[in-house]
Design a protein around this ligand. Sequence first.
Ligand code: DGL
Length: 261
Amino acid sequence: MSNNPIGVFDSGVGGTSIWKEIIQRLPYENTIYLADSKNAPYGQKSKQEIIDICIKNTEILISRGAKIIVIACNTATTNAIDVLRTKYNIPFIGIEPAIKPAALATKTKAIGILATKGTLSSDLFHKTTNQFASNILVIEQEGTGLVPLIEQNKMDSLEMKTLLKQFLNPMIQKNIDHLVLGCSHYPYLIPQIRTLVGNNVHIIDSGFAVAKQTEKVLAELQLLNNNTKAGKHYLMSNSNTQTLATLTNGIKETTVEYIPF
Ligand code: DGL
């Protein structure tokens, strides 16, 4: 079982930002990545639609032998992880916006969060915000439109710049010193965001924390792969594979394939 792959899924290519942290931290692990780009964006779907999609993704990864599943999607985690944990006897690692570290570190007492509608409206997100950030200003912004552009690898487009300006300017005006990227697609926008917010705003994402947690859970369950040769990585997409191939280009032992799931 320990040779079996780590399963990772997202609504598309964005979760590869998390997957890259995982394979860097756990270089001997085999992985299988499911990019459900056909159904992106998840952020505009209802909770029940998101749950149904997550069930489908989980079953595909289990049928391909995953030993653990990393939900590399904030929208899917915040809306569906409880249901998945109840339904399946396999460990799940989720990803949530890093509100807590930002709230603890802010000096200006103002932080921004950029995430999907589905994440910002979830009970889990409200719970975390009330618990850790009730005494500071939290500027929530839906990133509607960003994911479809990232799926098309249009990070440097004018449309992207216009949207980012529109989303981030109100936060800058409120003097935020931390910006939480609450969607696994958004780390691919860090260079563009940095240009707009300057060097005094800390940009926080959750990839490192997820990779660390994945290692911890695998170790506790004695599921770490004890091989010492580089892991193999299989990435499948149910849509055009071009962006997936571009974003994973140059990573060794990686196969990208179109599968009509
Ligand atoms: N990458 C996902 C997230 O972290 C989903 C974005 C979307 O499909 O709307 O929320």
